[in-house]
Design a binder for this molecule. Structure first.
Ligand code: WT7
Length: 692
């Protein structure tokens, strides 16, 4: 159609190279579209015309500037925010090259601002006071609420005043362990307002995991609620917090204040266990505080939050983000990657316990004065149509979710989708793992009625915001590709020697030079920061992901290349699961690998060697799985326990995971060379036990 030609002509005239701009030769020459790579999906003319970035030329022009003049490019965006004092010179300074010394990244240093002020007070001054900031949809259909920007500011101020009253000061940590109530973003913003550093712990983590994080960052206050309903289940969060606080206290760190929100739809106050002196009901105290609260003005490089994530060792990493660069970056990425307009209603299904909920439920959208839907419940409750029910109810126009959700709904049948109108939808988004082309098509064709571009956003806890993402309206998409880099981002693909490779290729995904949203350190362990991310390929930030680039310059993420497993978009270290398993008194050794899973993307597959003399049993299998649930959280429960009389090890004792992965995925004819094993016969034993 003509629509196709318009795009193709414009793209064809672009110089190749810079930013990896596509040439689209196959289509121009009318060749048959033979492979996935040639399957182009174009935004409509109408969409492009109204988009912030309507054409590849516009992108290229801005992208070029962002690379050639990062200081100027980002200063222009930063200037849209309120700064008590403008940043100094240079606008940014960085060393990403480990050979040149300490890794350091700074943006807008000397600039004095506050992200809460920019989310709320500033947007109110701009006339958004009566605009809805948050729509809240409860677990049970029919339970809901909303807050305007004015009301949100008042709630945030009351909590901020309370936190100050109990002694929280600038730089102090506050741990937040809450489900998706409006109180979760309120708590984050209240911390930011007074310069406290929030550390949100996903409320699906176990008491042990919560305790570990509390002992690491030593918060003044822990904020939680008594219980929550998710689907038909009730989860007693306060009991989990009690156990975590007890464990932390036993290990020498006692938390003084546990502020508890009464979620009375889930559990009555009177049925909640209570520790006098330490525990305080949110509703009892908060309303006594004034609804205005002075802002603590902070430096752009003052810490905003800590968020723990998994790596390749058992100890979680406290990813630290600072204020100014993160603010500018999340706001800009939100605006462009979703083509956000003031009339949009935006819903991201992620929980605030993950980075997606930090950058794209709370900060990015609110900095843009967006209306955000916060959903407490589960997407399949009361049935698999719930998401589309919510979309219709709030007239959601931008819907951002994860491939695992798309795949799970896909299995339930189209009727759950087609029952609803969905006509408000304009842009769809995907995050967490590569989206397989068949899920992409279902999402696009059915959910979006072939009308809504999909922003498949590649990024990480560490990057703070989108790194490689479509800009809807700017260029055609390829199902399964995250397309091109965001402004200011220079992705490079390197080979195993760390040498940058050009053109059509595949290898390890790294980033050259910093971007404002980058994390600045791992809390309390700058050395681990340097070795994990900057030592593998000196001169670059290494993402841990594999990636290829096709002939048109599109990027295709291929998954983690380190010991990290991605289960339903949740990042889990194999070492964490292994250490949970071996904590069981009857487990002698464990080795964990990821296997392909139809819905979750990857599933956890554990090889377990029992203590001498202990017999395999179904009870023991259940016991081991529940040990992992208890230590990490339900989302990390192994899919399969494979009994292993021995593990394949080299003569120096190193477990050969390559072989375990092949056994786990039953690719038994691809085991490769097993002759370097200390005892090659263990492989046959493992195969014999595969389905027992
Ligand atoms: C890892 C980061 C960033 C928010 C959610 C996860 C994988 C994330 C994509 C995508 C392919 C993706 C990567 C990455 N990932 N988004 N669109 N396409 N892979 O954050 O827990 O820090 O995990 O998730 O493997 O390294 P995270």
């Amino acid at each position: 159609t003509l629509n196709h030609l318009r795009h193709v002509e414009s793209l064809a005239t672009l110089p190749s190279g810079a930013g990896g701009i596509p040439k689209l030769n196959a289509v121009i020459l009318g060749e048959s579209l033979a492979s996935e790579e040639d399957d182009l999906v174009f935004p409509s003319d109408d969409f492009s015309r109204r988009a912030h970035i309507p054409s590849p030329q516009k992108y290229l022009e801005m992208y070029r500037r962002s690379i050639e003049d990062p200081a100027g490019f980002w200063s222009d965006i930063a200037s849209q925010f309120y700064w008590k004092k403008r940043w100094g010179q240079p606008v940014y300074s960085e060393n990403l090259d480990i050979r040149k010394g300490r890794i350091e990244i700074e943006w807008f240093k000397g600039g004095i601002s506050n992200i809460c002020y920019n989310c709320l007070d500033r947007n109110i001054e701009l006339g958004n006071g009566e605009k809805i900031a948050l729509f809240w949809e409860g677990n049970e259909p029919g339970t809901d609420g909303s807050l305007t920007y004015n009301q949100l500011l008042q709630r945030v101020c009351q909590l901020a005043n309370y936190l100050k009253d109990v002694g929280v000061q600038k730089g102090d940590a506050v741990v937040i362990y809450l489900p998706m109530l409006m109180e979760l973003p309120i708590a984050m913003l209240a911390c930011a307002r007074i310069g406290a550093v929030h550390s949100v712990v996903f409320a699906g983590f176990s008491a042990e995991s919560l305790a570990q994080r509390i002992m690491d960052c030593k918060p003044k206050v822990v904020i939680t609620c008594n219980a929550v309903r998710r689907g038909s289940k009730i989860i007693h969060l306060k009991d989990i917090v009690d156990a975590a606080l007890a464990e932390s206290a036993q290990n020498g760190f006692a938390v003084d204040v546990c502020l508890t929100y009464e979620n009375h739809s889930a559990l009555e106050k009177s049925k909640t266990k209570w520790q006098e002196g330490r525990d305080t009901w949110w509703q009892d105290v908060i309303t006594k505080f004034p609804t205005t609260c002075d802002v603590e003005w902070v430096d752009a490089e003052d810490p905003l939050f800590l968020l723990y994530t998994s790596g390749s060792t058992g100890k979680p990493k406290g990813v630290l983000h600072t204020t100014g660069g993160y603010m500018v970056y999340t706001a800009a990425t939100f605006k462009y990657a979703f083509d956000y307009k003031p009339s949009d209603v935006y819903w991201c299904t992620a929980d605030c316990g993950w980075i997606t909920g930090h950058s794209y439920v709370t900060y990015g959208p609110l900095l843009n004065a967006a209306t955000v839907v916060v959903f407490e419940g589960a997407p399949n409750y009361p049935d698999s149509g719930r998401c589309w029910d919510i979309v219709d109810k709030y007239k959601v126009s931008i819907f951002y979710t994860a491939p695992t959700l798309v795949r799970s709904l896909m299995r339930e049948g189209d009727e759950y989708v087609t029952r609803y109108s969905r006509k408000s939808l304009r842009v769809l988004g995907s995050v967490g793992e590569p989206i397989n082309p068949s899920a992409w098509r279902w999402f696009f064709n059915l959910v979006g009625d072939s009308r809504c571009p999909i922003s498949d956003t590649w990024w990480q806890t560490e990057t703070g915001g989108f790194m490689i993402t479509p800009l809807p309206g700017a260029w055609p998409q390829k199902p399964g590709s995250a397309t091109f880099p965001f402004f200011g981002v220079q992705p490079v693909i390197v080979n195993e020697k760390g040498v940058e490779i050009e053109g059509e290729c595949s290898g390890y995904l790294c980033v050259k030079s910093s971007w404002p949203g980058a994390f600045r350190t791992l809390y309390g362990d700058h050395e681990r920061y340097e070795t994990t991310y900057f030592s593998a390929f000196p001169g670059y930030y290494f993402s841990g992901d594999g990636c290829s680039r096709d002939k048109d310059g599109y990027y295709w993420l291929t998954g983690r290349v380190d010991d990290v497993i991605n289960v339903s978009g949740h990042r889990i270290g194999t070492a964490e699961v292994e250490s949970a398993l071996v904590s069981h008194p009857q487990c002698a050794e464990a080795a964990v690998v990821g296997v392909e899973h139809e819905v979750k993307g990857q599933g956890i597959y554990a090889f377990v060697t029992l203590v001498e003399g202990v017999q395999y049993s179904e009870d023991l299998r259940k016991n081991l799985v529940s040990t992992v649930r208890k230590q990490i959280g339900a989302f990390a429960a192994p899919e399969k326990i494979h009994w292993a009389p021995g593990l394949p090890k080299t003569r120096s004792g190193k477990i050969m995971r390559r072989i375990l992965r092949k056994i786990a995925s039953r690719q038994l004819d691809e085991l490769g060379d097993t002759s370097t094993l200390a005892d090659p016969s263990v492989v046959d034993e493992l195969i014999a036990l595969a389905d027992s």
